[in-house]
Each structure stands twice: as C-alpha cells, then as structure tokens.
Design a protein around this ligand. Structure first.
Ligand SMILES: Cc1cc2nc3c(=O)[nH]c(=O)nc-3n(C[C@H](O)[C@H](O)[C@H](O)COP(=O)(O)OP(=O)(O)OC[C@H]3O[C@@H](n4cnc5c(N)ncnc54)[C@H](O)[C@@H]3O)c2cc1C
Length: 324
C-alpha cells in the first residue's frame, strides 16, 4: 500500500504547501511502513519534480498535457482518483488550499473514502482507525476525526506542518491517466492574476490592519511594512466592508483563516470574530494605542502606541537591519 500526495503548482513552481503535504505524508509513511508517491498535474519542469524526493516522495507521477494546464476541478479529481486506484493508495493527502478544498471531498466521495479536512497535526492510531486533529468552527475549536474506512483522504492546513528534508532520489514517471471527456465539461480558458502579491492563506508573515488606521489613504505604510518583511497584507472586516481594502484581504470568522508564522495586527481591536481567523498563527504581534484592547490578551508581543508613530519607526529599523 502507498500514500498518494497531490502536489499543487503555480505556473510550474510547487507551492510551499506542496512540500508540507509531501513531508506530512512521509511522516505518516514512516509510522506505517508505507511509501509516498506524489502526483503532479500540469507543466512542471524536471528540476521541480526532482525536489519532491527531497521531502520524501519515492516516485512522482507526472501528468502533463496541454488540456490540464489550468485547474479544472472535475478533471483533476478524476486524475487523482485514477492514480490512487492504480497505485492502490490507502491514503490520499492534499493541501487544504483553495483547490484542495474543492478536490478533497470529491476525491473522497469517488473513492468511498473517509475524509479529514483541515488537518493540523499528524494522525494517531493505525490501519482502519486513524484519528486526525483538525481545525473547527473557523479555528475556534478543534475536532478529532476518526477515519475508519480502508481508504482515507486527509487535507492538510497550510503552515501547520513543518517541512522536513529526506534523502530520497525520486523516480519520475510520465503518467497517462484514464479520464473521460465528460470530466472536461468546464474549461478554464484564461487566468488573469488580480495581483502579484503574496497569497494570503499561504503567507508566512501577514501584516494586517484595522479601523485604527482611519482611512484607506493610510495604507501605504502597511504596504511598505509588508514589502520590507516579504509579507501578505490583510485587514479586519469593517475595513473591507468600508471598501478601504479588497474583500480578499478580510481575515476572520467570515473571511480568510490564516496560520502564518508571524501575524502583525495594527489598529485592530481583537474581536472574537477576527481572532477566529488568526488564532493559529505561531507568533502574534499587536500594535494598538489602547492598552485594554482585547487583542493584547492573545498577543505574544505587544506595542502600546499610536500606529502612525510605531509603524514608520518599525519600517526604518527593519530597513536598517536588512541593509535596505
Ligand atoms: C457575525 C459577525 C461576523 C464577523 N466576522 C468578522 C471577521 O471575519 N473578521 C473581522 O475582522 N471582524 C468580523 N466581525 C466584526 C467584529 O466583531 C469587529 O467589529 C471587527 O473585527 C472590528 O474591527 P477593527 O478591530 O478593525 O475595528 P475597531 O473595533 O473599531 O478597533 C479599532 C482598534 O484600533 C485601535 N486604534 C485606533 N487608533 C489607533 C492608532 N492610531 N494606533 C493604534 N491603534 C489604534 C483602537 O484602540 C481599536 O482597538 C464580525 C462581526 C459579526 C457580528
């Protein structure tokens, strides 16, 4: 039996979440005596495919046809299911990314498999009884999900599992899946990027700001801080509701859930609905002029001060530190 990992790429480059998924599968394989086979769909160069061995894949199934250049949910589902059947996978691992959220339940339904979506830790147990800890209720709680079917699907939350290097030279095999023309009833003709910015759900550092910034005209310093740190920008709900920032940046219970290594919250009060989206961040830094702001209760580091004084000083200090 083997573990199949679907590895996502963007324009031919694997995402960090793909390496996390392979590392996660490798850790499970080490516990259960299985081996990891990665499945790549799209036009990915050999150098990138080879990298998957470094994180624990013994083999890479490479599906590279023009038709599959862009993500098509039905077709990608069919390919993952086909590959899982052909290698008799007992477990399929995906990243709980935007496309993973669409793929995992479809793959599970087609394979009659049990599904744990949004895993945040390695499973415990073995064989037909795996227990998986997942995030629940927008990160406000945990769920312990028991997977009791012979085939299982786990989608891993980005930034939840540390990438681990292995010393494996993966073999690369061009794979020709058997898929139906009906799986291509939806065709993505063109993808136009709205922004070249770092993707928020996968960012390692997030600089986020709230109503304390007073208006959209004051976001230049937030953008600058994010640029210096190589971070994604985010905001609270009222900020996006007011049209100060795009809705794609809204973090929280009703927005995006993030789990970066560092979350910097500037002029955000720390309402429960906002915290629901950021509480699994590894380190939280809060900048707020009100020492009683609830966000300080969950902060690892806090600066009580006016954002308009603190943020420019922080940018200057970081630029000096980085020699910029
Ligand atoms: C059903 C429901 C769902 C919701 N979902 C979400 C969600 O997903 N995400 C979300 O964010 N909210 C959500 N909310 C709204 C949430 O309850 C809060 O109202 C919101 O998070 C507050 O945003 P804020 O912190 O930016 O603004 P405020 O609450 O107005 O806080 C502004 C903060 O900035 C500080 N400040 C002011 N000036 C400065 C300065 N110069 N320097 C430093 N600090 C300063 C203030 O001390 C204050 O703490 C939801 C609400 C409901 C009812």
């Amino acid at each position: 039996m083997s573990i199949l990992v679907y590895v996502e790429n963007t324009d031919g480059q694997f995402k960090k979440s793909a390496f996390e998924a392979v590392s996660y599968a490798k850790a499970i394989a080490d516990q259960s005596g299985n081996h990891v086979i990665a499945l790549s769909i799209g036009n990915v160069a050999e150098g990138q495919l080879n990298l998957l061995g470094k994180y624990g894949a013994t083999k890479v199934l490479n599906v590279n046809t023009e038709q599959l250049k862009s993500f098509v949910n039905q077709a990608y589902t069919a390919i993952i299911v086909d590959a899982a059947k052909s290698i008799e996978a007992s477990l399929i691992v995906l990243s709980n990314s935007f496309s993973g959220k669409g793929l995992a339940p479809r793959v599970a339904a087609k394979l009659n498999a049990a599904l744990a979506d949004g895993a945040i830790e390695l499973p415990t147990g073995s064989g037909d009884n795996l227990q998986v800890k997942t995030g629940a209720f927008s990160g406000k709680a945990f769920a312990f999900v028991a997977l009791t079917s012979p085939i299982k699907v786990i989608s891993l939350n980005p930034n939840s599992f540390e990438i681990k290097e292995s010393d494996i030279a993966a073999t690369i095999e061009n794979y020709d899946p058997s898929i139906d023309a009906a799986d291509f009833s939806t065709i993505v003709k063109e993808i136009v990027r709205a922004t070249d910015k770092i993707s928020l759900p996968e960012a390692e550092i997030v600089v986020s700001a709230g109503r304390g910034l007073k208006g959209p005209e004051n976001w230049a310093m937030i953008e600058e801080l994010a640029n210096v740190l190589g971070a994604a920008t985010a905001c609270s709900k009222p900020v996006s509701d007011a049209g100060w920032r795009p809705h794609s940046e809204h973090v929280g219970q009703t927005g995006i859930v993030v789990s970066p290594n560092l979350y910097i919250a500037i002029g955000i009060s720390g309402a429960i609905q906002h915290l629901a989206g950021v509480s699994s961040s590894k380190t939280i830094v809060v900048i707020n002029k009100d020492p009683e702001a609830p966000f300080f209760k969950v902060a690892d580091y806090g600066i009580v001060g006016d954002a308009f004084e603190v943020v420019p000083k922080l940018i200057t200090a970081l630029k000096t530190y980085k020699g910029l």
